[in-house]
Every structure is written in C-alpha cells, then in structure tokens.
Write a protein that binds this ligand. Structure first.
Ligand SMILES: [Zn+2]
Ligand SMILES: [Zn+2]
Length: 329
C-alpha cells in the first residue's frame, strides 16, 4: 500500500510513509549557545566546564532546546555538530501517532574560550615538582628513562582528570625537574618510581602564597635513583661489589671475605655507602685447564695467563675486576 499523503513511498504506519509520518510531528527548536575551548575541546554550559563525555553533555543540552506538541523525546539516536547548527535524530513518543523517528535542527552559536585547565597549562601553573636525581649526583640515562615513564603516566592520569598535566620539564646538569599541575600526582609518581627503581625519596613543602585566606604550598619531591650495576664498587667501612640490583634490594659482596648479603632500600640509605666505581671493569678469559679446584685462564686481550681458585663449566668466562683481583658472579 502506498502512503496516503505522498502517494509515492510504501506506507509504514497509520497509512503513511516514515517521511510523511515524521512531518506530522510539530516541533519547535530554540537557538542554542555553547562555549568550546579551542585548545582541548572542553565544553562550557551554564558556567560549568565539561572535560569528558562531552557528546552526552551536548545531547542532554540539545534536548532542552526542543519542544514537541503532543509528545516527548524518547531517545537521541544521533547528533551532528557543524559551525552553526546541530542536526539531531530522535525517537518521539507522540500521544496520537506512537513512536516516530524524526530529524530536527537546532540553530547554534559557538563561542570560543580557553578553559581553566588550558589556562593553567599555558600559565606554567604547578603544585608539585619532581626532582629526578641519581645517587651519585651524576646525570645518567636512567633519569631520561624515568622521565619518559612519568610523561606517559601523567598522560594516562590526564584522561581521568584534566588537572593532571606536566607544565614544564627542565633538564639540569645534575638531573631533571618535572613540574606537575596536581600535587597528588607527585605522590603517585613516588610510588611508581619506587616500584621500578632502587630509590630514596624526600619531600619538602614551601609556601607559594595565599589564596582566599589560605596558605598555598608547593611540594618538591626529590627522587634519587641508585645508579649502580652489577660489578659496581661501593664503600661503607669496607669495599663491596654489587652482585645484583632490583627495585627492592641490592646484593653486595664483601671484597675481603667474598661473602654476599642482600640489603633493602631502607638499610642502604641508612648506611653510609659511597660509589667508588660506577662502571664495572670486566675482562674476558679463555679457560685453558682445570685441575684440583683451580683453573688456568688466559686474558682474551693481553694473553696473560693467571690461575684462579675456581672451576668453570664454560670455555669462556667474564670476570669482574677490582684492584687487580678478579671476581666471578
Ligand atoms: Zn509519504
Ligand atoms: Zn582547554
């Protein structure tokens, strides 16, 4: 059966095609005004800024600008935004016709205004500073790795909270300073780095000014990463060689007695360790012979042959050197 109104399309409901049916719905729309941040796309409606889920915010707002005779909007299926209008597809529940699908237009005026978060970012606002340093105070590639980790971590935090951002990164001779928009993020970063590196942490706060009768503080988090590797030499009353390092503990070997011990971050920073040698000295040897618990080995570079009180099960070995003595680990 053809539509009773246009006579062209197939009838769909009440003898009408879907297009003629939609025309039966009388609808008024009023002009809408929204403010958009040109930098991040955040939306301001009635003085409140929305940073996430802006499409749903916009849909809810658009509904308030549509008025239907004898019916109400059941759901919004689709919303398209252009410079001067919103085209919205809705399901209307009409008192006389039942459910009818309809497309409506709303005149739109878009104002542009930088949002408070973008203002903070461009204004170099910060509440906290992460000072990345090494234990030895020398700049080290570990600091760049840690910085990259923090940058991507804060990017993740920013998805949940627009106030989580890095407003500045300063490379210094002795380390890297990272300026954070939120002081709470500095605490999260402490935890993250502590789980990845053998670190020590120190927090200080300083008065940055007063706002609304309250003191405003800025928080500085000094994070020191222990910059040693297997074979590095430490000194605390005695000489030690590092045998292993993880985020929680390091293994050290007493060079006199060749006994090893594991020490935690807490104990390490309580004691008075100094780094004597950071880059390990490693020599390669070829095992020539083994007899009675001893081995004769030849230095691969100098061809010098030495005897060590050790048995090896491979033909080539790498030994860690300190003060003309060799140690295997
Ligand atoms: Zn029709
Ligand atoms: Zn913005």
């Amino acid at each position: 059966m053809k539509c009773i109104i246009c006579g062209k399309n197939e009838a769909y409901k009440h003898g009408m095609c879907s297009s003629c049916l939609a025309d039966q719905i009388r609808l008024q729309s009023s002009k809408m005004e929204i403010t958009v941040c040109p930098k991040c796309g955040a939306l301001k409606i009635n003085k409140k800024w929305y940073y996430n889920d802006t499409e749903n915010v916009l849909k809810r707002q658009a509904l308030g600008h549509i008025n239907i005779d004898n019916g109400n909007v059941e759901s919004i299926n689709n919303l398209e935004l252009s410079d001067d209008r919103i085209i919205i597809n809705i399901d209307v529940n009409s008192k006389t016709l039942g459910m009818v699908n309809k497309t409506a237009e709303i005149d739109l005026k878009i104002l542009k205004e930088s949002c408070p978060v973008c203002n903070k970012v461009t204004g170099s606002y910060y509440e906290g500073i992460i000072q990345l340093r090494t234990f030895s105070t020398e700049f080290d590639s570990r600091l760049n790795d840690a910085k990259d980790l923090i940058v991507s971590y804060v990017r993740d935090l920013n998805r949940d909270n627009p106030n989580s951002f890095i407003s500045r990164i300063e490379n210094k001779r002795e380390g890297i300073d990272i300026y954070l928009g939120r002081k709470e993020d500095a605490i999260k970063i402490d935890k993250l780095l502590n789980s990845m590196y053998f670190t020590s942490m120190k927090q200080t706060k300083s008065l940055a000014g007063r706002k609304d009768g309250k003191d405003i503080f800025r928080y500085t988090h000094l994070i020191r990463i222990l910059d040693v590797t297997k074979g590095s030499i430490l000194f605390d009353k005695k000489y030690y060689m590092v045998t292993s390092i993880s985020a929680n503990s390091i293994g050290i070997m007493d060079l006199d007695t060749q006994t090893t011990e594991n020490i935690t971050q807490k104990e390490f920073y309580r004691r008075n360790f100094n780094i004597i040698r950071k880059e390990p000295l490693i020599d390669k040897f070829i095992v020539i012979s083994t007899d009675g618990g001893e081995s004769q080995i030849m230095n691969s570079e100098t061809y010098k042959i030495i005897t060590v009180r050790q048995v090896f099960d491979s033909k080539e070995v790498s030994l860690y050197k300190y003060r003309d003595r060799y140690y295997s680990m």
